[in-house]
Design a protein around this ligand. Structure first.
Ligand code: 7RM
Length: 631
């Protein structure tokens, strides 16, 4: 397996990727199966933005993730599946079997009217059929849009309508810990206002009773019986859309981040092999849900492209007890383990008694993703899980970047707790001040931008190119803007300091404050709300909601409960506010803009640093809010 083996080699490759990016990426691209090679490596312009990698190249990503491996490792396990309930049998699906299942399900999609270019929404629990469904879409050139099972009906409706999906793939339900998640009934509710959908393919997972709508709903297990196992891979252009994945932004409407075929393929494969220093035969476990980009890139596409064994876990870290991760690592001899700081912190808080029964001696590399990892969690992970013997890769990236951007290479880069360290080859980070001036040299702090395209970069936001332009390419001319603050220390190490916009990372999930406010405002008594984050020991950030009720309600506890239920129903349990304060007014400027800075200070209990309130329409509201603040 070709990859970077020393730090000197990393430096050489990095320099080469900056001096001759096209040559550098063309070399990576050569390793794949193409139906037709590209005419030009890169055509780009960040102002439009217009980014084309491997112009006129033709390929299918599933031929690279599946067919390409069959002759050499056809019998090796591709997906190793661990069920929610440890007493249920684990599943091992070889590359040969996965190839067959993907071809069969691709034929099911075709039989049900799906064709190249159609958008298909996938709303499934963490079962192998989720990966099979994604790959089957890619096989026939349909665009998948996976929606996280923790989102509920309104979020699902919005995501289906925005990209006009013609089909939904779901299951009766899903198991998570002691809960059964009723996915199909959420789909039924969502589809009441999604006229574009005419087919629903339903996988049976929990066996619970559901209602099948005639002509619209079909069972996966019925359809799969009547198809052949032969499905030639559709010819796709390098820049044809592979998938859409919705991510929260500063407005209430989520953005459909668009990734295209060849660039995403090359970037996820390259970063997977190099960051984790994957060796042939390794078992790789990414604990992220496939509903998030981390699951797309490092549970499904990256590992399968590299011919790895990828472990998919259906359950949660605390079921049947808080030792589950560690027991699964021992059971399946996991070599590389990739999780989120919030999971590490919550398991740390439950105590070492859940860790010590396990050997964990198969582990070689540990990874972290999703938010800054605090030093305490970093050391706990290093000492108790890695036994001071496993390098930790703190991988910084985004839905929009397709793959890891700034990260150590395991065992090669000297790490520093709290630092994502250095950019990967192909990534040219710059720090800018608020005016967009580039901050040169070391020991500087500013906003993180990237000044040259890499193959995994977002191409557009689905159906609204202008939005992509304004969100990512207009803030600082000639640069892609990440929305993150960042520090480059005296040795040139990068440390991400957090978001500088109105999105929050709550337990590793990116949530827009405006989206949460919209959900709260669905409650009939709420006239207006404002949501901010506050530091939370386990979740990273917690959700603090200030709400205005349209009439006095003396049963405040009930009202708060109803608000939580409303958010759960409309957006999903992940967006439930931790604290709700009923207020009479919100701090607004004369032009009516909510001064979130003030609310943030109150939520953080930093009352002495509230700053100037004289420009507010009614400065007195601040005192009222301060007096009622929930600490
Ligand atoms: C992969 C993912 C993106 C945002 C990003 C950051 C934060 C992610 C790290 C991190 C510090 C990290 N995609 N973030 N990884 N912050 N260190 N290693 O999380 O689209 O859901 O979120 O997550 O703020 O902009 S995402």
């Amino acid at each position: 397996m070709k990859r970077i083996n020393t730090f000197e080699q990393y430096e050489r490759e990095y320099n080469r990727s900056v001096l001759a990016p096209e040559e550098f990426w063309a070399e990576q691209a050569e390793q794949f199966t193409w139906k037709k090679k590209w005419d030009k490596v890169l055509d780009w312009n960040f102002d439009e933005p217009q980014i084309n990698w491997f112009v006129n190249g033709k390929l299918n990503i599933t031929e690279n993730a599946l067919d390409r491996h069959l002759a050499s490792i056809g019998n090796q396990t591709a997906i190793l599946w661990e069920p929610n309930n440890p007493n249920e049998q684990a599943r091992e699906i070889s590359y040969n079997e996965l190839h067959l299942e993907v071809c069969k399900f691709a034929n099911v999609l075709k039989n049900n009217g799906a064709k190249k270019g159609d958008r298909i929404c996938i709303y499934l629990p963490m079962v192998p059929e989720l990966a099979i469904a994604m790959l089957a879409c890619a096989r026939i050139g349909a665009v998948h849009s996976v929606v996280f099972g923790g989102f509920s009906f309104k979020s699902l409706t919005d995501r289906i309508t925005d990209s006009e999906c013609s089909m939904v793939i779901t299951s009766d339900g899903g198991f998570r810990g002691t809960k059964d998640i009723p996915l199909k009934s959420v789909v039924d509710e969502a589809l009441e206002s999604c006229p574009s959908v005419n087919k629903v393919v339903v996988l049976q997972r929990t066996g619970e009773h559901i209602v099948m709508q005639p002509n619209r709903d079909v069972w996966w297990h019925d359809e799969i019986k009547i198809v052949s196992g032969d499905c030639p891979a559709e010819t796709m252009d390098a820049e044809d859309i592979l998938f859409i994945l919705y991510t929260s932004g500063s407005t209430g409407k989520p953005k459909g981040v668009v990734h295209t075929t060849a660039g995403y393929m090359i970037y996820t494969d390259y970063t997977f092999r190099n960051v984790f220093q994957y060796n042939e035969g390794d078992v790789f476990w990414c604990t992220a849900d496939v509903g998030w980009i981390t699951g797309h890139s490092y549970l499904v596409y990256g590992p399968l492209l590299a011919g790895a064994t990828t472990l998919m876990f259906e359950g949660i870290p605390t079921y049947p007890d808080a030792g589950r991760f560690w027991s699964v690592i021992d059971k399946h001899k996991v070599n590389i383990f990739y999780t989120a700081p919030t999971a590490i912190r919550s398991l740390q808080a439950l105590g070492l008694a859940f860790v010590t029964p396990y050997k964990l001696d198969s582990l070689r590399v540990l990874g972290s993703v999703g938010e800054p990892i605090n030093e305490e969690a970093w050391h706990w992970y290093d000492e108790n899980i890695g036994k001071k013997n496993c390098p930790i890769v703190d991988t910084y990236w985004q839905t929009e970047t397709g793959g890891i951007m700034i990260s150590p290479l395991a065992g090669i880069t000297k790490t520093k707790p709290g630092y994502a360290t250095f950019p990967l080859p192909g990534i040219q980070p710059v720090l800018v001040d608020e005016k967009g001036n580039e901050l040169q040299g070391n020991d500087v702090e500013g906003r993180l931008c990237i000044k040259f395209p890499w193959p995994g970069i977002i191409r557009t936001t689905y159906g609204n190119h202008q939005r992509a332009k304004e969100t990512y390419f207009n803030h600082y001319k000639g640069y892609y803007f990440t929305g993150d603050g960042c520090k480059r220390d005296h040795e040139g190490y990068y440390r991400i300091t957090g978001r500088v916009d109105d999105v929050l990372k709550v337990s590793g999930h990116l949530l827009g404050t405006a989206e949460i406010e919209n959900a709260i405002n669905e409650h009939k008594d709420i006239v207006e709300s404002a949501v901010v984050g506050f530091p939370h020991d386990i979740k990273g950030y917690g959700i603090y909601a200030f709400v205005i009720c349209d009439h006095e309600r003396n049963d405040t506890d009930n009202l708060k409960k109803e608000i939580v239920e409303t958010v759960t129903k409309f957006m999903g349990p992940i967006a439930k506010p931790d604290k709700i304060q009923i207020v009479k007014g919100l701090p607004k400027t004369r032009s009516g803009k909510i001064m979130r800075r003030i609310l943030r200070k109150i939520a953080e209990n930093d009352l002495s640093n509230i700053g100037d309130t004289s420009t507010l329409l009614d400065p007195a509201v601040v005192d009222e809010i301060k007096a009622g603040a929930i600490i």
